[in-house]
Design a protein. Structure first.
Length: 245
């Protein structure tokens, strides 16, 4: 198993997609932070660093990139045909799935930490330029980053399971994005009483966005973890039953 995990990490580190994703994530987060701080208007910017509104950019974007990373883990292999040599080298499909989950979780953590670092590296100087004193609590910041890491890891697992179940890369990515960016919002308006139980809302609950309207972070983690378990379970069953050609 250790060799399989090392192989998956090697694939992740030697392909250009992870670096393209990291670059895109840095640009999007950077622009978002600049927009939030410079367009703050009369908003109060005197709070501690870990509660600044610009951190919501990374809290929102990093899990989405984790999901995309997970979706691409298997769909890339199906798209380019490398799934065949992968399974020839390691016929135990459960080991391959487990190694993918570990590798994408590691990649998701790296993306999360990079997004947080970019947010602070850009946001803190902008606050100083506005004359705002920077105060922060190490424990509170660690908790915020820890929640974000946890949410991103769960989203990578959901991505792995969905990508394995759907196989077709464009369909998997498009379907996930349509649900998160459009359909979930529409259904939230139609059935507001159950909106907080949707996966996107559960993810926001973990990181503390809109806490008054969503579940507690613990319940959000439990719910999103359940979605991840179902996605991975369905993907694992289909992987065992399908012919890989």
């Amino acid at each position: 198993m250790r060799n399989q995990i090392a192989s998956e990490f090697r694939k992740l580190a030697t392909t250009r997609s992870i670096y393209a994703m990291a670059g895109g994530l840095a640009v999007i987060v950077g622009l978002g932070v600049v927009a939030v701080v410079t367009d703050s208007g009369g908003a109060d910017l005197s709070g501690p660093l870990e509660r600044q509104a610009f951190l919501h950019v990374s809290l929102t974007i990093a899990p989405l990139f984790g999901l995309l990373l997970g979706l691409r883990s298997f769909t890339d292999e199906f798209r380019y045909g490398s799934i065949v040599p992968t399974l020839l080298a390691s016929p135990d499909r459960r080991r391959v799935l487990g190694a993918k989950l570990v590798a994408t979780a590691g990649g998701g953590i790296a993306l999360t930490l990079a997004a947080t670092a970019v947010s602070i590296a850009i946001g803190a100087p902008l606050l100083l330029a506005k004359g705002v004193e920077i105060v922060w609590s190490a424990s509170a910041m660690a908790e915020a980053v820890g929640r974000l890491v946890g949410a991103t890891v769960l989203w990578t697992a959901i991505g792995v399971g969905l990508g394995l179940a759907v196989k077709h890369q464009v369909a998997a990515i498009a379907g996930a994005l349509v649900w998160l960016l459009a359909a979930e919002g529409i259904f939230s308006g139609l059935v507001p009483n159950i909106a907080k139980y949707f996966p996107g809302a559960a993810g926001f609950a973990i990181v503390g966005i809109n806490p008054a309207d969503l579940l507690t972070p613990g319940l959000g983690a439990l719910l999103l973890g359940s979605y991840a378990a179902v996605a991975v379970g369905v993907g694992a069953v289909l992987m065992q039953r399908r012919d890989i050609t």
